[in-house]
Design a binder for this molecule. Structure first.
Ligand code: ADP
Length: 294
């Protein structure tokens, strides 16, 4: 059964503003004539309400392009992208977090959040309370008056996440948001994002090239082939969510097995441009292990 068959939501669930994502035979090309580059596709994918989908794959396979298509920053060359059943409009389709925080340096931490709240239509009287709640959610209580250059890179990225949450958009898109951070800060922020996603129930699409990050965060992982990326593997992640001990989870056998499998799949996809339905050595190994255990 293909990935789209297993996860396609009924038409009725994609008509309200619920953050569902649907990609139908999406192909995207950049440039024209001899400079034409096919960046991604064809891709069929449906992301139902509340899912935490991680897109993982080798550099240049088209992960960022897919995210940009879902955000409405690009329109596909072929096929259709739908968010909540409609063509996505930039700025309103989703909250977006990029690799770098992109904060306004002339505004304080609180000022950056206030601007997002203003764009989200929150009236001035309600902004302080909403701002405090958003900053608390990302562990930045009491930093409203700080200048953005006075806080660390990890804290700046936390502000960017709070800002993306400000609009209360049901869809959150994150493009390798922790790539530039040190390992310890990255782990802390992964824990924050995992917790926030579980608390808010938002549909999330997260791009990374790290198998470790993908397994820790995702309720589902899609591995893309090398560019132009197509779906090589569509894997539900059945690790406990919600209020869990992150360290215990990272040290569990299930986590290690999944990480090894995803890592093998990414390497296979990068080397051979692995196609859907074609078993890799790593996936066969996982199947054999499960069969011998049962
Ligand atoms: P990934 O996020 O997986 O690293 P990208 O989506 O950034 O991949 O890029 C996919 C392909 O599209 C690459 O070959 C890249 O060079 C090309 N590409 C990305 N953005 C542009 C652009 N604005 N113009 C031309 N080519 C682009």
């Amino acid at each position: 059964m293909s990935s789209s068959e297993t996860t396609t939501a009924p038409a009725s669930t994609t008509t309200k503003h619920d953050g569902t994502v649907r990609l139908d035979h999406v192909v995207h090309r950049y440039g024209r004539g001899s400079a034409n580059v096919t960046a991604v596709g064809p891709v069929d994918l449906t992301v139902p309400v509340g899912e935490f989908l991680v897109l993982v794959g080798p550099s240049g396979c088209g992960k960022s392009t897919l995210l940009r298509l879902i955000a409405g920053f690009e329109r596909p060359t072929h096929g259709a992208v739908r968010v909540s059943g409609a063509e996505p409009r930039p700025g309103t389709a989703a909250g977006v977090v990029f690799q770098t925080p992109r904060l306004f340096p002339w505004r304080t931490v609180g000022g950056n959040i206030d601007l997002a709240l203003r764009y989200a239509g929150v009236d001035r009287a309600h902004r302080p309370e909403r701002r405090a709640r958003l900053l608390a959610r990302v562990g930045l209580e009491g930093t409203e008056k700080r200048r953005t250059w006075e806080i660390s890179g990890g804290q700046q990225q936390r502000v960017a996440i709070a800002r993306a949450l400000a609009a209360e958009n049901p869809l959150l898109l994150l493009d390798e948001p922790f790539a530039a951070l040190d390992a310890l800060t990255r782990e802390r922020l992964q824990e924050d994002v995992r917790r926030v996603a579980a608390q808010t129930g938002r549909t999330t699409v997260f791009v990374t090239h790290s198998a470790d990050e993908a397994v820790f965060l995702g309720s589902r992982i899609v591995v893309l082939t090398k560019g132009p990326g197509t779906v090589a593997l569509d894997l539900p992640i059945d690790l406990p969510r919600g209020d869990v001990d992150a360290e215990e989870l990272r040290e569990s056998r299930e986590f290690a097995e999944l990480r090894a499998r995803v890592s093998h799949e990414v390497k296979a996809a990068a080397a051979h441009g692995h196609r859907p339905g074609e078993p890799t050595d790593a996936s066969m190994q996982g199947i054999e292990e499960r069969t011998s255990q049962s």
